[in-house]
Structure formats: structure tokens, C-alpha cells
Write a protein that binds this ligand. Structure first.
Ligand code: HEC
Length: 130
């Protein structure tokens, strides 16, 4: 019973003092899309290692499909520096496009280092906005 009571307190607290973050739809959207980025980039890396053009196309396509949502989502930190955030989303788009183009051509020797740059963009945005 004590657990139920505590849960009630936690819920009340959540909708009260911290009402902003969890209930901001643009922030929720960002949070919901990140695990997909994580999965897709891991699958993409494997595809590039194997030289699997079809899988590389599919996974880079997943990242690219989410970019419009990423651009309009809201980060946790430095929320006011929205320009830089959109710029990094665009950079992710450019790098995913590059990886996709190179793997479509079967140029995996170039696609692999291009993927490293894509990953660096994930890290750059996290350093500043996560
Ligand atoms: C334009 C900015 C930006 C880019 C680019 C970006 N992220 Fe994120 N990411 C964030 C922010 C902000 C958070 C924290 C927000 C959240 O999870 O609610 C985050 C959180 C995450 C998390 C943690 C999710 C969780 O449940 O806490 C993972 C995993 C992640 N990102 C993976 C990636 C990968 C992989 C890439 C690159 C393919 C990437 N992100 C690119 C901004 C970005």
C-alpha cells in the first residue's frame, strides 16, 4: 500500500513542478525518435562492414526520413540555440545522404569513413543539446 501512496506523490510531483518537459510534445518527439537513430546507425554500420548495399540504403533511409521531425523537435539543453540545433540536424542529413549515395554506388571504402563523420554529428549534437 505504501508503494501506491508513493506513486501518487510522484505523479502529482510530475505534473506539478516539472510540468514542462515531459509534457512538451516537441521534446517527447525527440526523445521517441532517438532510439530509432541508435538502431539505424548500428545496422548501418554493420551493413557497411558487410558491403550490404540494400541494408545500407534501408538504414540510411530511416535516418533521412526522420530528419524533418528532428528539425522541428526541441532539445533539452540550450533550447534557445535553435539555429545551431537545426544546423546539426541538417548536417546529419547531409552526411546520411553522402553515406547512402556512396553505398548505392558500391563504394564502401568511402562510405565507411563517411559513416564515421555521421556518427561524429550525433556526438556533436549530444555534447551541446542533450
Ligand atoms: C540535432 C541534434 C541531435 C542529433 C543530430 C542526434 N541526436 Fe540523439 N539526442 C539529441 C538530444 C537533444 C537527446 C536527448 C533528448 C532525449 O532523449 O529526450 C538525444 C538522445 C539520444 C539518445 C538517448 C535516448 C534516451 O532514451 O535517452 C540516443 C541513444 C541518441 N540520441 C542517439 C543518436 C544517434 C545514434 C544519432 C546519430 C545517428 C543522434 N542521436 C543524433 C539530439 C540529437
Amino acid at each position: 500500500m505504501g508503494v501506491v501512496a508513493l506513486g501518487g506523490v510522484a505523479a502529482a510531483h510530475g505534473t506539478g513542478a516539472h510540468g514542462g518537459m515531459e509534457h512538451d510534445p516537441q521534446m517527447r518527439k525527440l526523445h521517441a525518435m532517438m532510439p530509432m537513430f541508435s538502431m539505424a546507425s548500428a545496422e548501418l554500420e554493420t551493413a557497411l562492414e558487410k558491403g550490404d548495399a540494400a541494408a545500407a540504403d534501408k538504414e540510411s533511409g530511416k535516418i533521412l526520413a526522420a530528419i524533418p521531425d528532428l528539425k522541428v523537435s526541441r532539445p533539452h539543453r540550450n533550447v534557445k540555440q535553435k539555429k545551431g540545433f537545426v544546423k546539426l540536424a541538417k548536417q546529419l542529413e547531409d552526411r546520411a545522404t553522402e553515406v547512402r549515395g556512396l553505398s548505392q554506388k558500391g563504394d564502401f571504402a568511402a562510405a565507411r569513413p563517411a559513416f564515421r563523420k555521421l556518427e561524429a554529428t550525433c556526438g556533436e549534437c549530444h555534447d551541446r543539446y542533450r
